[in-house]
Design a protein around this ligand. Structure first.
Ligand code: ISE
Length: 337
């Protein structure tokens, strides 16, 4: 059966998801793309033979749309996800579910009240081969027990002119918060955040140290103004070995007494296959009703935003902040928990 999809948001991620559904995933049919900017919606929808519009609520209500992808600004994610739940539509929502954990709780309550899983969150790194192998090595006992996980997340420049250090924690770092939880199978107890000064006044890097409930340390550096390229690095250190991530590289240039390998300008090329796998998993979820084994749920979105909130407080107040999560609702327990 074809899955008829509506996309909310025709910006950088809406466009990327539209391309994946239209070009890479047979069985996905783009029905409508809406954006606050009608010209942007029309341009993207026109590319894939979909209808354009500006009203997300109307898109969600359409009876010829089976599933919704949300790629609008962060603050709209939770209200639009709630609207999808009200309409009993499965939804793949870009991260973060919300910068506010209270919003995430509302989403969880609504999903639980509906009785079946409907919300998948766009933490696409879970589907990335390098993180999968890291997690697999730990699970297979190849490096002993996990001791530390180091994460580096570098963007060329601020994604938006109004980007702040707090947003480095609420918008960029949630990827790291989530992937370390996913790899380690742990939750966080506390976070300490600090930030070196960046000459020139741009938003500087944020460095965080997190303590897990299994005694591990997770370090995270988020640098939204790294200038040289999009660069995600990570290393999981175990008792008897370590696993590092490799980014996919297709060529190397040898020239003028130098070896050169390219960096992408943003995250899309680095995680292209992860996005495809994630969206393919979403299609199966829509068809079968079975939540994807590696997919991120609203609970994972809640966990990431609780940590982000604590991180923002830590950065502001210059102290270690204890992370306080509610008990995990049974609805979100997985077979592996
Ligand atoms: C952006 O919103 C993303 O989700 C990207 O994956 C990440 O690299 C970037 O830092 C975020 O701002």
């Amino acid at each position: 059966m074809n899955v008829r999809i509506g996309i909310i948001g025709a910006g950088i991620m809406g466009a990327d998801h539209a391309k994946i559904f239209a070009e890479d995933l047979p069985g996905a049919e783009l029905r409508q793309i809406v954006d606050a900017d009608p010209a942007r919606a029309a341009a993207l929808a026109g590319r894939y033979g979909a209808e354009a519009g500006t009203d997300p609520e109307a898109l969600i209500a359409r009876s010829d749309i089976d599933a919704v992808l949300i790629a609008s600004p962060d603050f709209t994610h939770a209200p639009l996800t709630l609207a999808c739940l009200k309409a009993a539509k499965p939804v793949l929502c870009e991260k973060p579910l919300s910068p506010l954990s209270a919003d995430c709780r509302q989403v969880m309550n609504a999903e639980i009240a509906g009785g079946v899983p409907r919300v998948q969150l766009g933490f696409m790194r879970r589907f990335d081969q390098s993180y999968q192998e890291m997690r697999g090595a730990l699970r297979d006992g190849l490096i002993g027990q996990a001791v530390m996980m180091h994460n580096f997340h570098r963007n060329v420049e601020n994604p938006a002119a109004d980007f702040t250090a707090d947003m480095a924690i609420t918008n960029s770092a949630p990827h790291e918060f989530d992937i370390a939880r996913f790899v380690l199978g742990a939750d966080y107890l506390a976070v300490t955040a600090c930030s070196p000064r960046l000459p020139g006044g741009n938003v500087g890097p944020v460095v965080m140290l997190l303590e897990t409930d299994q005694g591990q340390i997770v370090t995270i550096e988020v640098n939204n103004n790294a200038a040289y390229g999009y660069d995600v690095r990570g290393e999981l250190v175990g008792e008897s070995g370590a696993v590092s991530l490799n980014a996919p590289l297709y060529s190397r240039l040898d020239r003028g007494l130098q070896q050169m390998t390219p960096y992408a300008a943003d995250w899309r090329p680095r995680f292209a296959e992860a996005y495809r796998r994630q969206n393919r998993a979403f299609l199966s979820f829509v068809r079968s009703g079975v939540f994807p084994e590696d997919g991120a749920s609203a609970w994972d979105g809640y966990a990431a935003s609780v940590i982000a909130e604590a991180g923002v407080v830590s950065l502001k107040e210059g102290r270690r902040v204890v992370v306080e999560m509610i008990a995990q609702p049974e609805f979100y327990l997985r077979k592996t928990d």
